[in-house]
Design a protein around this ligand. Structure first.
Ligand code: FMN
Length: 209
């Protein structure tokens, strides 16, 4: 084992892509082939899932359809800023959401993530429903990570996006989602080289007992 510049220990069991993946917020104007998009998304379906429910569905948007979707997201963000707020206590996050929208416009591909078992986070659910939702959300997280790592392996940059939550109702209606909109992934060729973001110390997050 040896430590790289970021101090991350590179062992034989840690994939290069796990260590080298970055959240990419600048993209080149270069399309991604359908074949590569399919290969990347296929990795997502091999993830483990609670009770093997496989609660994910992915919608791929490119070109004019992506532009239309993001116009819809923009109108949702403007509504959230000016009136009828879904998340009144999270307004500090709105500038970041507008910035994420800019990134989504720049990336050639946008993948929308649905939890097909889920319901809107803006309606109440009971405890059983919450436990199921936690398990399904975790399963989707595993699927998304497979997607990000496969994209990295093929030479693409990605950004995992949750800022769709501010424009939730507008996006769900536009896309025709019947379950829960979990978020999105932007995908394309990176137009930036980034140092790793800091990580908590290993000793602070792992306890041997
Ligand atoms: C569930 C989730 C949601 C995220 N949502 C956003 C987002 O909406 N906009 C954004 O710019 N970054 C978003 N990120 C990226 C994080 O900011 C990023 O992963 C974190 O800062 C660590 O950086 P790294 O991915 O380069 O290691 C999200 C990441 C996760 C896992």
């Amino acid at each position: 084992m040896s430590a790289n510049k970021s101090g991350v220990v590179r062992g034989e069991t840690i994939l290069k892509e796990i260590i080298e993946r970055r959240s990419i917020r600048k993209y080149k104007e270069k399309d991604v082939s359908k074949k590569d998009i399919e290969q990347i998304l296929k990795a997502g379906i091999y993830a483990p899932s609670a009770k093997n429910r496989q609660p994910w569905k992915y919608y791929v948007y490119t070109g004019g359809k992506k532009d239309n979707l993001l116009e819809c997201m923009e109108s949702g963000l403007i509504r959230e800023r000016d009136r009828d707020k879904l998340l009144p206590n999270s307004q500090y996050g709105l500038p970041d959401a507008f910035n994420t929208l800019r990134i989504m416009r720049e990336a050639p591909v946008l993948i929308i993530i649905e939890n097909t078992n889920g319901t809107s986070p803006y309606v109440e659910i009971d405890t059983d429903g919450r436990v199921t939702e936690i398990c399904d959300t975790l399963s989707i997280g595993a699927s998304v990570q497979n997607i990000l790592l496969t994209a990295a392996e093929l030479g693409y940059g990605t950004l995992w996006i949750a800022n769709t939550c501010f424009a939730y109702n507008e996006l769900v209606d536009f896309i025709g989602i019947k379950g829960q909109l979990v978020g999105a992934i932007s995908l394309g060729i990176a137009n930036e080289i980034l140092a790793p973001r800091p990580r908590k110390d290993f000793a602070d997050v792992v306890e041997f007992r």
